[in-house]
Design a protein around this ligand. Structure first.
Ligand SMILES: Cc1cc2nc3c(=O)[nH]c(=O)nc-3n(C[C@H](O)[C@H](O)[C@H](O)COP(=O)(O)O)c2cc1C
Length: 304
């Protein structure tokens, strides 16, 4: 989760028995456009995790766009170089299956989790062929950047499970033990949970946004652009009106210029910023510790 992970959250997930994943800008509050500085900031976060936990963790890597080499994307190339130096073991590759990237990670003994942004049978099968170890099927309930087609978790997970033999993690709208049980009954062998971890004690999300998530129901969820949703904020309501009226293609760019989820969720500017969570937000009613959350997700109990 871009801007919304850090060493504290990721190590807590590992210590609770999950696999925490460092997202883009982990542990940061300021923007840098320098690929080397970006990788060095991530190195500091990785070393911080190692001082808090001896459990494995993952690193989020965006696959280069189709037709591009790994070295063509300076951010990905620098991030991977640093990660291999730091002996990172798990990589969550997001985007499209990219054979060169997969080969590179496997050549460095990495465990490769692949999550297509928009799930398709073809991409899952390519990922399996290129050597992925685990796959993630994401339904359109998810927080963050939405898939390009509006297929929910109930539709996507069984379709992807049936198409490949690799183990599948289910993602999108899984906020409590009922969601975990549903994912398992659709044939998933694990869950990939984002939004629910934002409202935990260890999450770097600002307290005002945690309280907003806990209070929210799905009536507060706004579609603000072709690829994003937000809880109602003054900025989100303005984007939502424009999106409903014109499907304005420039909105994603404008949201990013205005600061988007970094402003709202990390810095607490709820006037100008947005709060991106999944649309199953009704089930998020408490701010547990990560350990309490993981236990409750996996045991069928509701988080205290
Ligand atoms: C605030 C936020 C930021 C996200 N940023 C990223 C990202 O940078 N990279 C990525 O692969 N997924 C990102 N995601 C999506 C999550 O990785 C994951 O797919 C999703 O949260 C799972 O669905 P859930 O939110 O319904 O649990 C983000 C999600 C949220 C809520």
């Amino acid at each position: 989760m871009s801007w919304l992970t850090n060493a504290t959250l990721v190590s807590a997930v590992g210590n609770a028995g999950g696999l925490g994943v460092l997202g883009p800008n982990a542990g940061q509050t300021t923007v840098t456009a320098d690929p080397v500085e970006t990788a060095e900031r991530m190195r500091r976060e990785i070393r911080q995790i190692r001082s808090l936990s001896d459990r494995p963790f993952g690193l989020n890597v965006f696959s280069p766009s189709s037709g591009k080499r790994v070295r063509d994307n300076a951010f990905t190339a620098e991030l991977l170089k640093m990660a291999y130096e730091e002996k990172v073991t798990h990589f969550v590759v997001v985007g499209t299956p990219h054979e060169e990237l997969f080969d590179d990670i496997k050549a460095h003994d990495g465990t490769l989790v692949f999550r297509p942004l928009t799930p398709s049978v073809e991409q899952m099968q390519d990922a399996e062929r290129f050597g992925a170890d685990l796959l993630v099927a994401t339904g359109s309930e998810e927080g963050g950047i939405l898939p390009r087609q509006d297929y929910g978790t109930f539709t996507v997970v069984p379709a992807m499970v049936d198409a490949v033999s690799l183990p599948m993690l289910a993602a999108g709208g899984i906020n409590d033990a009922r969601g975990v049980n549903a994912a398992f009954s659709f044939g998933a062998q694990g869950v990939y949970v984002g939004s629910r971890f934002l409202a935990t004690e260890e999450s770097p999300m600002v307290d005002a946004a945690k309280q907003a998530v806990v209070r929210a129901t799905f009536a507060d969820v706004r579609r603000i652009s072709a690829s994003q949703r937000s809880l109602s904020t003054p900025a989100a309501d303005k984007y939502a009106q424009r999106y409903a009226a014109t499907h304005d293609a420039g909105l994603d760019h404008e949201i990013s210029i205005d600061g988007g989820l970094r402003s709202g969720m990390l810095l607490g500017d709820l006037e100008r910023g947005i709060i991106s969570v999944n649309n199953g937000v009704d089930a998020i009613t408490t701010i547990p510790t990560v350990e309490q959350l993981v236990i409750s997700l996996m045991s069928g109990q509701v988080a205290a």
